[in-house]
Write a protein that binds this ligand. Structure first.
Ligand SMILES: Cc1cc2nc3c(=O)[nH]c(=O)nc-3n(C[C@H](O)[C@H](O)[C@H](O)COP(=O)(O)OP(=O)(O)OC[C@H]3O[C@@H](n4cnc5c(N)ncnc54)[C@H](O)[C@@H]3O)c2cc1C
Length: 482
């Protein structure tokens, strides 16, 4: 009875949907991309606008709730959802507003990459982002943002001009080079620790049709391909991006039948320079070693950005582990050859994304994203549609990662991490951690936003959530008092 009163009061300030256990929408609304995640929040506040976000933050704060913020729901660790608390779901804040003259785009905090690519492409523009169109702009940007345009235009955060945030006290601020500069520094890599971003403003670049796609080789060629690739990409023009992959070829067009289900290695290329120079740029690649498949050709940017979407539908069981890499050494290649060829199925992936070019032109303390001196982000992704294989793919990923970790730079890209503990988070931010922690203490001293790769507020020894009850407890205690 009292629960209903509390919810009814909240509803008077909320235009979006409030979803509770037992509601028809609940089972769907609590799901995130990774099928491994099975969390049961007490309330999901699907916001319609900024006022709803403010109301939800205040409601969560007033009632001492554990709160998670959900953008696109793609976090491997399932950080968009929580058990027993309140989910602030931003999927209703999916909108875009392109300014073609200024080459900028404003984007709602719950937008997907596909929505942004669609909007900007109409003006021959693109924002550097990730390689799957269903990923949320929110989490991807706040963690950094790696993709096909990294070498030429930098990380997604290097193209962020400003962001509007609802802070833990419910106030609204803008962060940019000229306003709340400390906050602007922190949100460029520091994740969802500092507030709910309701709008991002990005610089967009003239990108329309790329010369791009995968080139695949037989798996036994992988040592030569990796050794060649590590030297080639370093010297390649910044117009050219290419990430290395171990993969299993999907049994479907456009792949030729003779390659279906074959374990191979490949590089997925994206050239954004002048079209008439493309073939020349690819000549040394094509001369290096005759491939089993050369699928590179002209491709509109949004098509490239969604090329692998069908391999990544929501609900598959996923476990991933990552590291930053400075050097793909011969010893590391040897380890890759022990595990890469055992990749379990076509949904799994091992990717090495280059970090250099424009991403290296930012200093490591210029934004919160510390690993500007590393050269690759490596991620090993175990995925299976079958829940019975959860343990198998987790084990494969962990064993692979353990063998490769000694050859890494230490930390990992936060957006490719599971729930791996404080030490791992510190290893990722390195010398930027203390500054992040001080900014956290200024903007979120109570660690209200703690369902994330959590940065603890400086001088606050307390563990996150230890003073926070779940909604269920709040409601029961209030019910007891009534
Ligand atoms: C299939 C797949 C492909 C991927 N490809 C790439 C890639 O190419 N490049 C790359 O860099 N990364 C990639 N990623 C990783 C991706 O960047 C992270 O998973 C990221 O966290 C996803 O953001 P999200 O908003 O979808 O996730 P969510 O799970 O919704 O959120 C992740 C974290 O961000 C916070 N958050 C989200 N939105 C906001 C907001 N508006 N305000 C405040 N906090 C917010 C959440 O609270 C949570 O802590 C990929 C992930 C998947 C599953």
């Amino acid at each position: 009875m009292f629960n209903q009163i509390l919810i009814s009061q909240f509803k008077t300030q909320f235009r979006g949907e409030l979803i509770r256990p037992g509601d028809a929408e609940y089972e769907n609304a609590r799901k995130v991309h990774n099928g491994m995640i099975d969390k049961r929040p007490r309330l999901i506040a699907r916001c319609a606008d900024v006022a709803d976000v403010i109301a939800a933050v205040r409601f969560g704060r007033e009632h001492g709730l554990l709160v998670s913020v959900r953008g696109g729901g793609h976090s491997g660790a399932g950080l968009g959802v929580c058990d027993g608390g309140l989910v602030i779901d931003l999927s209703g804040l999916c909108w875009t507003d392109v300014n073609p003259k200024k080459r900028t785009v404003r984007v709602g905090g719950g937008s997907t990459l596909g929505a942004v690519d669609h909007a900007t492409h109409a003006f021959g523009l693109a924002v550097p982002a990730g390689i799957i169109s269903t990923t949320g702009v929110g989490g991807l940007t706040l963690g950094g943002g790696l993709g096909y345009l990294t070498r030429k235009y930098g990380l997604t955060i290097d193209n962020l001009l400003s962001a509007d945030l609802v802070l833990a006290d419910g106030s609204v601020v803008t962060a940019s080079e000229h306003q709340n500069e400390d906050l602007f520094w922190a949100i460029r890599g520091g994740g969802g620790n500092f507030g709910v971003v309701t709008a991002f403003e990005f610089k967009a670049h003239p990108v329309h049709t790329n010369y791009a796609g995968p080139i695949l080789w037989d798996i036994d060629k992988a040592p030569s391909v990796m050794a060649w690739y590590r030297d080639f990409i370093r010297e390649a023009p910044e117009d050219l991006n290419g990430f290395f992959a171990f993969l299993v070829v999907p049994p479907a067009p456009p792949f030729p039948e003779n390659l279906h289900n074959r374990t191979m290695c490949g590089i997925v290329w994206c050239y954004t320079g002048p079209a008439d120079k493309a073939k020349k740029v690819f000549q040394p690649i094509r001369d290096f070693l005759s491939p089993a498949l050369d699928f590179v050709g002209p491709i509109p940017h949004p098509v490239l950005q969604s090329l692998f979407d069908r391999l990544n539908p929501p609900g598959l069981f996923t476990y991933w582990k990552a590291d930053f890499i400075n050097e793909i050494s011969d010893a590391a290649i040897e380890q890759h050859m022990k595990f890469g060829p055992t990749i379990p199925n076509m949904h799994c992936a091992v990717h090495l994304y280059p970090i250099d070019g424009a991403a290296h032109r930012m200093r490591k303390n210029e934004t919160a994203w510390s690993y500007r001196d590393s050269t690759w982000a490596q991620v090993i992704v175990g995925v299976d549609p079958n829940p019975a294989k959860k343990d198998k793919i987790t084990e494969w990923t962990k064993r692979y990662w353990t063998a490769l970790h000694p050859y890494s730079a230490g930390g990992a890209y936060v957006n490719f991490m599971m729930d791996e503990g404080d030490e791992r988070i510190r290893a990722t931010y390195r010398e930027n951690y203390d500054r992040l922690s001080a900014i956290k203490a200024k903007y979120d001293p109570e660690n209200f936003f703690c369902v994330n790769q959590n940065i603890k507020p400086k001088d606050q020894g307390r563990e996150p959530n230890d003073s926070r009850s779940t909604l269920q407890e709040t409601m029961s205690s209030l019910a007891g008092r009534s």
